[in-house]
Design a protein around this ligand. Sequence first.
Ligand SMILES: NC(=O)c1ccc[n+]([C@@H]2O[C@H](COP(=O)([O-])OP(=O)(O)OC[C@H]3O[C@@H](n4cnc5c(N)ncnc54)[C@H](OP(=O)(O)O)[C@@H]3O)[C@@H](O)[C@H]2O)c1
Length: 277
Amino acid sequence: MYAVHAAAATDAFEVIRGDRSGTGQPGSIEIDIVNASSVDRAFRLAQPDFVLLLAAMSDIDRCEVLPEQAFAINARGAETVANACARTNARLLFTSSAAVFDGSKHGYREEDAITPLSVYGKTKAWAENAVKTLTPSAVVIRIALVLGFARENGTNAMLDSLTGRWKAGEPVFLSTREERNPIDAASLSKMMIDMLADHSVSGVYHVGASDSISRYELGKCLAARMGISAELVRPQDDPIPGRAPRGKDHFLLTEKIRRLYNLEIQSSSQVIERCFS
Ligand SMILES: NC(=O)c1ccc[n+]([C@@H]2O[C@H](COP(=O)([O-])OP(=O)(O)OC[C@H]3O[C@@H](n4cnc5c(N)ncnc54)[C@H](OP(=O)(O)O)[C@@H]3O)[C@@H](O)[C@H]2O)c1
């Protein structure tokens, strides 16, 4: 997802990418958010005015089997970055998740009680609290599902994983019971940059389409849009044993951000179309 953020940001900001592998490329800096001295060093070198904290262990199933590592990255790592932002007066935007809710009702507002089911959701809930406490001016964005093609390998991008398997002629099994309201990476990036630049905005905001769609229906729409045989999209009706618990209905209500920016919230089908434009 990073390249899209960078592309959206470069008009307004000088962008420095934080990366734990330390690519050494111009405009990038080594940072491991689990390591406080690495975070301090990166802040000293980059002296950021604005910080977009995307780094996370984002694979929900991996978090479930490696809870300590998930907590160290997603919770304590976010806390360490928030601490550095507070110390240096940098403005922070933190990406959280609809997984802070249990998905047992249709439609969640920003102020609804937090009820995470998975380790991932719990780490994000913990991080939100740390971010809000340490950096009250921070923006916390909750997202149900981002759609977009990544510009590098090895990311969490659902579209890349689907197209990789479809190109290999493999069918994908997608849940008929998990509903999400997606947002495309380009719209999300623009929204995040606007919010980061707008010092009058703070607190939690939900983003996403005006309607929710099951992963199976989403897969069918994507396959149709890409000219992939419908045969390669198969329904998965029951939760897969051994995977992290996932809420049924993660529909994030977006009235708050709609009012803030007088936005026209896109439908799921418009969001899908935007991924290809
Ligand atoms: N994609 C979605 O649908 C979705 C939905 C809700 C919320 N979110 C949130 O949005 C953010 C971005 O998600 P994404 O889908 O773009 O995830 P992603 O592709 O997995 O990217 C996460 C990045 O975090 C980096 N990272 C992991 N541990 C780190 C550490 N200790 N120090 C520094 N960097 C570290 C990873 O780098 P390595 O390559 O080194 O591992 C990776 O580049 C995450 O906070 C995620 O929880 C995403």
